[in-house]
Design a protein around this ligand. Sequence first.
Ligand code: G3H
Ligand code: ZN
Length: 295
Amino acid sequence: MLVNLSTILAPAVGSDYSVGCFNVFGWEDAQAVVNAAAEAGAPVILGASADFRKLMPIEVIAPMLRAAAEYAPIPVCVHLDHTYNMAEVFRAVDAGFTSVMYDGSQLPLEENIAGTRRVAQYAHAAGCSVEAEIGSVPYAEGRAHIRSELTELKDAVRLAAESGLDAMAVSIGNVHRLKEPAAVIDFKRLEAIEAAVSVPLVIHGTSGIFESDIARLARTRRVAKFNIATVLRQAFGRGLRETLAKHPERFDRVEIMGDVMPVMSSEASRMIRLLGWNRSRPSAGINLNRSAAAQ
Ligand code: G3H
Ligand code: ZN
């Protein structure tokens, strides 16, 4: 079931779980994630990163991920990850993404607010939700130009109130692309932000956060979405190496991916559980069927 970000996050706000947004790099990755979510009965978000968009045009990614969502028995949102270029965000809305992240984190606050507001007007008219970022979540590798800047409370309050965003990413010690947990989360800063805004909050750089902190963050009132990429990419690499080591003669993609996908699914399942979703909860499909559809 295809839904937008507002629809999928609404039940997670004020509850003890959050929704995983997994960056995928193709159909098999998307299926591996959707299978894990369906098995748990959990809502899930499929993210398209800038790296994936180098491999495949936005206009191809959107219908592919929408198809994965439409055939899924659970709510699935199709999300454009960090995008700094507004024209690209508009293209993604036109192509059918049900959520876009306009990342104005590298801009002065006024420009971030104005840009997000413009994107929100355009996206909302198409039933698409908008995520924005305040402060700047740094990268451990691959994006040296992205600043490291913790979220200032007063800036978070302004972006949340003045831009029309649907979800807000915050910088509270989280770091992108750490290969193992090392981030030191500033829970006091998060508490202050949570007390001052009423929008769903997003945690990026989940792979670098200790399990106990992920579970604690997921239980907080407003944190509703976690962006997850590196651990899933690591699962892909691990699965690929394992199957080729076991079957060095293999060359068939379907056979190889048939072994890799369950490894990715099992990593996605681990994250879904860590984010507080459990089998005793009624199926997400049943809960969210009653709320507004994406578009
Ligand atoms: O936007 C993408 C995420 O924040 C992924 O971060 O690769 O550290 O899990 P990660
Ligand atoms: Zn991110």
